[in-house]
Design a protein around this ligand. Sequence first.
Ligand code: DHB
Length: 306
Amino acid sequence: MADLSVKIGSVDFKNPIFTASGTFGYGTEVSDLTDISALGAIITKSITLHSREGNPPPRIVETTGGMINSIGLANIGVDQFIAEMLPAYKFFETAVIVNIAGSTVEEYCQVLKIIDAVSSNIAGYEINISCPNVKEGGMAFGVSADTTARLTERLRKLTERLIILKLSPNVTDITVIGKAAQEAGADAVSAINTLVGMSINHLSRESNIFTTYGGLSGPAIKPIALACVHKLASSLEIPVLGIGGITAIPDVVEFTLAGATAIQIGTANFRDPDIGRKIVFDLVEYCKQDKIESFDSLIGQVRVFQ
Ligand code: DHB
């Protein structure tokens, strides 16, 4: 069998197929629906200091080639996360990355510190600086290189575990934010989070989303995501995790050629929570048929004309 393993920072993952934050719960809800151990890693829902109800409904709507959501970082808060979820991760045979969000630098730091002090069995943290659906924090951090650097620097001092910054595409130049994260000590970046979008019902003449705007995801954003991954991988030294509309092997191969070290499956989990395991299975077959010994030999190997 081909070697599917990938390295991010000092951590080895058994394969490059991860599940994206917010699309796979805390990883504990889906054990009847799929075999989590097949995956390279799971990334949890964003955890904040206090529990959050999130935004009022309607907060999810299907769109052409994707969906728009405005969940508003609904989650159980760090204390309940530690009490109820962390113990379960001991029995997971896959790596767990905890996604963290906050509305101030202090809040991100507190959440990371609290988890890092008690947990021995997580691989690291993905930092959500790109949520489009909350008034404070979230995307406000991810659109400023200065704030990204300041936050990353503070978090870097708090843990030896992986720090992965999840970047927003809602910026003029994503590489400026990526470089700020890299220089401040991030181990990797994930790209991309959702794009700001809107959906209107022409019959009722109403917005389909309570907050008017939400985050667009799914195959509709894949070309944008590929361009962001390629730009980041071409200008950074740290690994890039690719995300945006991945539903099958061709998408995985394309993101890898664009420069992704690993990929995250997001929106597709809503249709089929077993899709990640199926893609890992298909990746083994793909490598066999193409006589690929190490899948990571494809990273960044796209042929461009100039
Ligand atoms: C939410 C967070 C995100 O990072 C995102 O891309 C979309 C939605 C949310 O919780 O609302």
